[in-house]
Design a protein around this ligand. Structure first.
Ligand SMILES: [Mg+2]
Length: 247
């Protein structure tokens, strides 16, 4: 890394907008789940976990019917019919920007199967593999902090077209440590890494996250990828790619 970062022992990376294009989560992943929901349910409805999700979706459907939000119709003469009703309801939830937990759980299972089968590949910007490799070589600790679950994070980095990047990453943090806009979360991460906050360099596209990390004492840079509009933090140094960390 550049000499100005000589005191840095760990680099903490955000995912969306930093290592990975925004569209990957908002378009690719969500579209994949929608496209595969019916096939997945029909192929797996004897699975105990899937049966539980189906029953939770039914409860969620009934709650929405009671609150007269008029979801799609739910019929179930048999399990196959129930899967089709659940599919229509999941699509309705997604189009209503719902955070329904049964739907989220189902999406997670569909993504996991997609990654495992190779139909789905984790996306990173082209500079990410080289930058991660170099940081690793230089003996820096590489960690991820993202609002996606730790499992989802590992799946993204282990299945890229550049190979398995998790070999370079030693720690994964999700919102279990706290909100990304709360300075306290960065203090928790520093403690978990057993480092002083000023030994950690945090990179994110989001101004509030960059500010929260800096407030905790971390060195904090804002990543502004080409074509990605985001509020700029007036106090943060900005980079457009990870290779700018090296001289
Ligand atoms: Mg981000």
């Amino acid at each position: 890394m550049k000499t100005e970062y000589s005191g840095i022992k760990a680099v903490l990376l955000d995912i969306e907008g930093t290592t990975t294009p925004m569209d990957f989560v908002h378009k690719t992943l969500f579209k994949f789940a929608i496209d595969h929901v019916q096939g997945f349910l029909l192929a797996n409805y004897t699975n105990e976990k899937v049966l539980e999700i189906l029953s939770n979706l039914k409860k969620s459907y009934e709650a929405n019917t009671v609150s007269s939000k008029e979801p799609t119709e739910w019929t179930e003469i048999d399990l196959e019919e129930r899967c089709k009703s659940a599919t229509a309801y999941v699509k309705w939830l997604v189009s209503n920007d719902s955070k329904d937990s049964a739907m989220k759980e189902l999406q997670g299972l569909i993504w996991k199967e997609g990654y495992t089968s190779g139909l789905l590949k984790g996306e990173v910007y082209p500079d990410v593999p080289e930058a991660m490799g170099r940081l690793h070589e230089e003996g820096k600790i590489l960690a991820i902090y993202s609002s996606g679950s730790v499992l989802a994070q590992k799946l993204i980095f282990s299945t890229t077209v550049y190979g398995d990047l998790t070999q370079h990453i030693s720690n994964f943090f999700d919102t279990g440590v706290g909100n990304k806009r709360d300075p306290e979360s960065y203090t928790v991460i520093a403690n978990l890494l057993d480092l002083e906050p000023n030994e950690i360099l945090f990179l994110s596209d989001i101004m509030e996250e960059v500010q929260a990390a800096r407030y905790s004492g971390m060195v904090s840079l804002q990543v502004i990828r080409e074509g990605h509009s985001t509020n700029k933090d007036p106090s943060a140094m900005k980079i457009s790619g990870l290779m700018e960390l090296f001289s």
